[in-house]
Design a protein around this ligand. Structure first.
Ligand code: ZN
Length: 471
């Protein structure tokens, strides 16, 4: 796998040129990139050839001509999905089974696994063009503040990534891939596994002489804030980079309070393994989509577009910079809301907020609850997890603080959870104590609330692509 500096500069220059031209140039560029991707997918991906068989010519195609695609169907047809024939699923899985090969390219591509929050993990294939896009276009979107930040962070100490380390996930994998491709960057970058006991993790962080920046999930950030409040964690970073989960305003305020060293605050990125870099955060804290290379569509449950300002039921992702594994109108399941007013930063790119993942919502009967309504914090517990075991049955798992008997903690937490159900008009919901320990997702995220898996019904709806996939 070779990443070309020359092509990266090409993305950078084109990215600047597109932004200078305003909306008209952005939309023209996006359409050109879309038609090129559709043409390539039709030519080289047997799956997309079948799927798009009855559509008009690629040179006339519009986004809304294209059917919605979903992970389970695409994964079932993996060998027909890619536009290269040299990486059948068996070969990809062999590579992914070998833990020593995390972030090591296979031929001309890098491969990662999704965390499987919304069902089966998917295998994600990234060509060098995606990396060239990621660096080139991100730099094109930097403002003066961000250039300064990049320089300062390097000078001020180590940049530490804290995510799941026991698999080919993007958090650890992308880190290793960049180090593999650019050994010179190794200096100043460290990785810490999120799965280890909290005490050990705190010790590892405290042992690093100077930590300037931490890259992690919001759920891990909650844990770090708690350890800092308790006086056990001593680091004084100037910046947190978060992504992969929803960052709430409460957590943002709390972290700013307990880490007075945070000169640059928290930069919350929105990305997923399917498209690690899809937006930039500006100085006003808004997320601006890289619309020349990424299309995000806010849609309702029937996959129809919703107006700006409305919370979507899902979001469709199109990645124009990956022509090896086409993601075109791919149902991501996140709830987003596009902003209705222009951003004070003057960016011509549309901005949006993320309001959580469909897969994390709790459904009981007709009632849908956000995981954020449950207060799962207790001064005598390190971690608390609420698990939905059937529609009306929940269990509470607790990792008690050292030297504390869990009995009273269980009683208080269970009472608080029951109150939430009652307040939402739900009677007869059973909440019981569990002896099991709270668990992380395979990629090292910690979900305080684990809804019933089967509730992710959307991934089970049949669609045209499923039939095509089985042909
Ligand atoms: Zn802005």
């Amino acid at each position: 796998m070779r990443v070309s500096l020359f092509r990266m500069l090409g993305y950078f220059a084109a990215g600047l040129w597109t932004a200078w031209g305003g909306r008209k140039r952005i939309e023209a560029r996006q359409l050109r990139n879309l038609r090129r991707l559709v043409k390539k997918a039709r030519r080289d991906s047997p799956l997309f050839r079948r799927l798009y068989a009855d559509l008009r010519p690629s040179s006339e195609i519009e986004l809304h001509d294209l059917p919605v695609t979903r992970k389970p169907e695409l994964m079932r047809a993996f060998d027909d999905w890619l536009t290269i024939r040299s990486l059948p699923l068996d070969r990809a899985r062999d590579h992914l089974r070998d833990i020593r090969k995390i972030g090591v390219p296979i031929d001309d591509v890098a491969i990662f696994l999704t965390s499987g929050t919304s069902g089966e993990p998917a295998v994600i294939v990234l060509p060098s063009s995606f990396l060239e896009y990621s660096f080139g276009v991100s730099m094109a979107r930097f403002d003066r503040y961000q250039w300064k930040l990049v320089r300062e962070i390097r000078k001020l100490g180590m940049r530490v990534t804290v995510t799941g380390g026991n698999g080919h996930f993007a958090g650890v994998g992308f880190n290793r891939l960049v180090r593999h491709l650019y050994p010179r960057l190794k200096r100043g970058l460290t990785f810490i596994e999120a799965e280890q006991p909290i005490g050990q993790l705190v010790e590892r962080l405290n042992a690093i002489p100077k930590v300037s920046c931490i890259v992690t999930y919001p759920s891990m950030l909650t844990i770090l804030a708690k350890e800092k409040e308790a006086g056990r964690l001593q680091i004084e970073p100037v910046l947190f980079n978060t992504g992969g989960e929803t960052l709430t305003d409460d957590l943002r305020d709390r972290v700013r309070r307990v880490f007075p060293s945070l000169k640059y605050g928290i930069l919350d990125y929105y990305g997923c393994t399917e498209c690690l870099v899809m937006s930039s955060v500006c100085g006003h804290g808004r997320k601006h989509v890289h619309e020349d290379w990424v299309i995000l569509e806010a849609v309702d449950e029937a996959m129809r577009p919703v107006p700006d300002g409305t919370l979507s039921a899902s979001v469709l992702l199109t990645v124009l910079a990956n022509d090896v594994q086409p993601f075109i109108r791919y149902d991501l399941g996140d709830c987003v809301r596009f902003d209705t007013t222009p951003c004070p930063c003057g960016s011509p790119f549309r901005s949006f907020q993320v309001e959580g993942r469909e897969a994390t919502l709790v459904r009981v009967g007709e009632v849908t609850l956000s995981p954020l309504v449950f207060d799962l914090e207790h001064e005598h517990a390190q971690r608390i997890q609420l698990v939905q075991t059937s529609e009306r049955d929940f269990e509470v798992r607790i990792d008690p603080a050292e030297g504390v008997a869990a009995g009273l903690v269980f009683q208080e937490v269970i009472e608080a959870v029951k109150r939430v159900f009652r307040d939402n008009g739900l009677e007869g919901v059973v909440v019981r104590k569990s002896e099991a320990a709270p668990e992380f997702t395979a990629s090292g995220k910690f979900h305080e609330v684990l809804p019933l898996r089967g509730a992710d019904a959307r991934n089970m709806t049949s669609s045209g692509i499923r039939q095509l996939a089985s042909e």
